[in-house]
Design a protein around this ligand. Structure first.
Ligand code: ATP
Ligand code: ZN
Length: 291
């Protein structure tokens, strides 16, 4: 099946950890829509795309089957569902890991020692693949939620669950043993939509915008004035996408220098630049970078 009315359909999580960041990303791409998590469709006014609000668990299959052309969902779910979709790009949010954990007091010291033990999880497919790849045999106790309680209830000796900060593990007296999968939110595509001429045109346009937003994320545009005599020294201090832009000023022997810097380094950089002759330093946010 392939959705046809000349418009793309993109599935995003209706309500959950990925929802706000997904809506923000699409807005940053210039899409104008009102997102209503209670209505299935949110049409976009200025781009041929409609948002489809779904449970995250359903997104991989719906994209695979063409109910939606595109989807934003955690790689963890794409893998668990074994969905045949095209992974277009990781999106840099929704970071988490699928981790094997054991009670703090457990005698298990390595993954090999899980042989013959019971492991509770909501990710049976991914866990089974991991056990097979590591030549291990364990009983998989499939649960639909609250996996972290399984050892305390003596339902399992270990758990395999999604973790981001590890707080839930600690609170439940558990500690990590091994990481099975690193995951983040990703843009996925239906394979036929990706090869359909008119859909592909829209997908490519959207991808250029998304890549621009991802490039700009965590970056700032920095402008400063400096005496010509300091330029060579300042150039050595300044990182840049390519090289800094240098513009002469009306004031003799002065130039303006512009460059792109990473958010987490601009404070240090600013101090160094000031010490070496830069003044009137201005740092502004960047919306997008199209290279
Ligand atoms: P839904 O109602 O849509 O089924 P859910 O409760 O299953 O929602 P969320 O907890 O909102 O799902 O998680 C959505 C996705 O966020 C996960 O599939 C995963 O990719 C990512 N994620 C990031 N951090 C965590 C975490 N600490 N726990 C669970 N998922 C996380
Ligand atoms: Zn879910």
């Amino acid at each position: 099946m392939i959705a046809r009315n000349g418009r793309l359909k993109i599935a995003i999580q209706k309500s959950g950890r990925l929802t706000d960041a997904s809506v923000d990303l699409l807005r940053k791409c210039g899409l104008d829509f009102e997102f209503q998590r209670h209505s299935l469709y949110s049409p976009c006014r200025n781009f041929d795309i409609d948002l489809l609000a779904l449970r995250d668990d359903d997104i991989p299959e719906y994209v695979q089957d063409g109910v939606a052309d595109l989807g934003i969902v955690g790689e963890n779910l794409v893998r668990e569902r074994g969905a045949k979709v095209k992974l277009l790009t990781p999106l840099g949010y929704g970071y988490c890991k699928l981790i094997l954990s054991i009670p703090v007091k457990s005698k298990v010291t390595s993954v090999e020692k899980l042989n013959g033990k019971r492991i509770a999880t909501t990710y049976p497919v991914t866990l089974k693949q991991f056990l097979k790849a590591n030549n291990l045999k364990a009983d998989i106790v499939e649960l639909s939620g609250s996996v972290e309680l399984a050892p305390a209830l003596d339902v399992a000796d270990a758990i395999c669950d999604i973790v981001s900060t590890g707080t839930t593990l600690r609170v439940n007296g558990l500690k990590p043993l091994a990481t099975i999968l690193d995951s983040q939110a990703s843009l996925i595509s239906n394979t036929r939509a990706y090869t359909d001429k008119s859909k592909r045109e829209l997908i490519d346009r959207l991808m250029i915008r998304i890549s621009g937003c991802l490039q700009a994320r965590g970056k700032r545009y920095m402008m400063m004035n400096a005496p010509v005599a300091s330029v060579e020294r300042l150039k050595k201090i300044l990182p840049s996408l390519k090289s800094p832009t240098i513009v002469p000023l009306a004031e003799n022997d002065m130039v303006a220098m512009h460059t792109v810097v990473a958010e987490d380094e601009f404070w240090d950089l600013m101090e160094k630049l000031k010490k070496h002759g830069a003044r009137d330093i201005i740092v502004v946010p960047i919306e997008t970078i199209i290279t």
